[in-house]
Design a protein around this ligand. Sequence first.
Ligand code: G6Q
Length: 537
Amino acid sequence: MSNTLTNSAPWLALKSHFETIKNAHIKTLFEKDSKRVQHFTINEAGIYFDFSKHRITEKTVELLLDLAKEKSFEARRDAMFSGDKINITENRAVLHTALRAPKGAEVFVDGHNVLPDVHEVLDKMADFSNKIRNASWKGHTGKPIKNIVNIGIGGSDLGPVMAYEALKYFSNRSLTFRYVSNVDGSDFAEAVNDLNADETLFIISSKTFTTLETMTNAQTARAWALKQLIDPSAIARHFVAVSTNEKEVVKFGIDPQNMFGFWDWVGGRYSMSAAIGLSTMIAIGPDQYHEMLKGFHEMDEHFRTAPLNKNIPVIMGLLGIWYNNFFGAQTQAVFPYENYLKRFPAYLQQLTMESLGKHSTLKGENTDYQTGTVYWGEPGTNGQHSFYQLIHQGTRLIPVDFIGFKKSLNNIPPHQDYLIANMIAQGEALAFGKTAGEVRKEGIAEQLVPHKVFEGNRPSSTFFLDQLSPENLGKLVAMYEHSVFVQGVIWDINPFDQMGVELGKVLAQNIIPELQDKQKPIAHDFSTNALIEFYRQ
Ligand code: G6Q
């Protein structure tokens, strides 16, 4: 094994530094450095990022930054922004950042400036969104569209549904939005149960336009619509596509005029700022959608230009490495204290785990270190009444990201004060805990003292923003996107492919005919055969 990461000088330095710090308590770290908050807070790009409650010292950050330098982080980052084909397993550029670059900027792929293409699609999306929103786009029977159903899965679903929920406050409430992803027919059935086809628009969102789930749901949607509308020419008024595959879109029967394109240099899970965001734009309108893109771009610029020690995604990514590879943490919790962000953890699961769950380095060697932390979460305060117990008093180390906003979109006193007090209190309790002495002072019976002790020393980051808005959502998403990139660089893996989802897809294609034709001979392993037999009976 010739992995250079774990043999590199910065890694070895971190390893011995870890030995000196692994037992240090966050409380002691605060006592030793009265300026700790100043040292470990970055207030940039509209995000107040407090990472003082981590098991780190200034030395830790210094060594982690050395590691980033060792891995030529800055050159790798610049290669991404300038359109180099850094997705080496698919020989593609990685340019989600170009999707939110302003008109007039230049980014070249194979000598072609892609920015005019990006803005042409954005303008086409805006034109279409306006027509739906001002009811000038009529359905087949002359009625305006009232319902929008996005059909897509994975990267063609999770971003749009998360953004719709996150930005519901800003959305046009006379329109109804539904998201169908699962190949389970119940997903489709429930989504259209109370809708009329003559007022419904389906957006078929699929980069490849070949994905089994999406194509099955799209065919079912067409049959459902035609059952009510009868005339096949109705499809043109009720179906649009978001895709890179015009041939398949046309084959499905969608007019290419009603197709919104994107490009192979946009990965599925990085596509919510591409035309995959069409349902978002219809919901919040083009102007607010552009505000969201502005937020993305602002964070892109922060990531591209801020010094590494003041760079939010860089520090986030490096902390991820610190806990995963040195403390052996297996998971990372993300708790938004903002109810509209309820789908944000689900969105992040794909972004982080599909990107970083890899065992092969860019050179094709197996890593001799852990990659891909498990991300999970729920909105606060709900989680406090369920699984937080394990984080406070369990035996595992689970770093937490708290995300909060100073102002609520729905100012109903005293809710916001209660919400944010809880977020701040959780970080405090996790870090500082409660000693046996403190418990005893409360007069607790001696036999209960061990049960009431909080060891503390549980690390967390707090991200504080002004108020949830399209712009701030864009910033948050870009922040996590780039923190994933940082980890990919350190681990020397490709965060932009997803070979790991392929095998199951291929095997399902083999099994489908075996379920449909009971006579078909089957020759899998014994367990698989038995499951197929059970279904057939
Ligand atoms: C994301 C993945 C994956 C993809 C879906 C849908 O990065 O590539 O989640 O988005 O499989 O693919 P299509 O958009 O091609 O239908």
